[in-house]
Design a protein around this ligand. Structure first.
Ligand SMILES: *[C@@H]1O[C@H](CO)[C@@H](O)[C@H](O)[C@H]1NC(C)=O
Ligand SMILES: *[C@@H]1O[C@H](CO)[C@@H](O)[C@H](O)[C@H]1NC(C)=O
Ligand SMILES: *[C@@H]1O[C@H](CO)[C@@H](O)[C@H](O)[C@H]1NC(C)=O
Ligand SMILES: *[C@@H]1O[C@H](CO)[C@@H](O)[C@H](O)[C@H]1NC(C)=O
Ligand SMILES: *[C@@H]1O[C@H](CO)[C@@H](O)[C@H](O)[C@H]1NC(C)=O
Length: 137
C-alpha cells in the first residue's frame, strides 16, 4: 500500500513533467527584474508555440501574490496587453514595493502559467531624500 503510494506519486510527478515539457504553448519570462523606486517597470514575456501552427491566444491574465491584477482598462497603476501570438506584457507604474507577478494565458491549443517573476525595488532612500531635498528648495 505504502510503496504503491510512493510509486504512484513518482509516476504522477514524471507524467506531469513530461506533459508540461510537451505542452503546445510556453511562456518565457524574466525571473526577476530590478526597478528604481517610483519608476515604471515592463514585464514582457514571450510566447512560444511548440509547433508553429496557427494557434492563437484567447485570453490572459496577470496576477500577484495577493490577487488578480486589473490592468486591461484605464488603471493608473497597471497596463497590460498582448498580440495573442508572440508576447504578453504588464507595465507597473510608480513601483513602490518589492512584488512578484505571474501571467497565465489560454489559447486554442492549450494554456500555460509562468512562474513568479520578482520585481526588486532599489533606491528608496535615495529617492525619498531627493524629494525631501526638492521640498526644501
Ligand atoms: C532582489 O533582492 C534579493 C535580496 O537582496 C537578491 O537576492 C536578489 O538577487 C535581488 N534580485 C535582483 C533581480 O536584483
Ligand atoms: C515585448 O516584446 C516584444 C517582442 O520582443 C516586442 O515586440 C514588444 O514591443 C514588447 N512590448 C513591450 C511593451 O515592451
Ligand atoms: C476595469 O475593469 C474591471 C473588470 O475588468 C472592472 O471591475 C472595473 O470596474 C473597471 N474599472 C474601470 C475604471 O472602468
Ligand atoms: C526590496 O528588497 C530589497 C532586498 O531584499 C531591500 O533592500 C529593499 O529595501 C526593498 N525595497 C522595498 C521598497 O521594500
Ligand atoms: C505592492 O503595491 C501594490 C500597489 O500599491 C499593492 O497592490 C500590493 O499589495 C503591494 N504588495 C505588497 C507585498 O505590499
Amino acid at each position: 500500500m505504502m510503496s504503491c503510494l510512493w510509486m504512484c506519486l513518482s509516476l504522477l510527478y514524471l507524467l506531469q513533467h513530461s506533459v508540461s515539457s510537451d505542452q503546445a504553448v510556453s511562456l518565457i519570462c524574466p525571473k526577476n527584474l530590478e526597478v528604481t523606486y517610483g519608476e515604471t517597470v515592463t514585464v514582457n514575456c514571450s510566447i512560444e508555440w511548440k509547433s508553429n501552427t496557427n494557434c492563437i491566444g484567447t485570453e490572459f491574465f496577470w496576477g500577484s501574490q495577493d490577487d488578480r491584477i486589473e490592468c486591461k482598462n484605464a488603471s493608473t497603476k497597471y497596463i497590460c496587453d498582448w498580440d495573442r501570438r508572440s508576447y504578453v506584457f504588464l507595465n507597473i507604474f510608480e513601483v513602490n514595493n518589492n512584488t512578484s507577478v505571474f501571467v497565465e494565458i489560454g489559447s486554442d491549443c492549450g494554456l500555460d502559467v509562468s512562474p513568479f517573476i520578482t520585481v526588486n525595488v532599489s533606491g528608496e532612500l535615495l529617492s525619498a531624500s531627493k524629494s525631501l531635498f526638492s521640498v526644501q528648495l
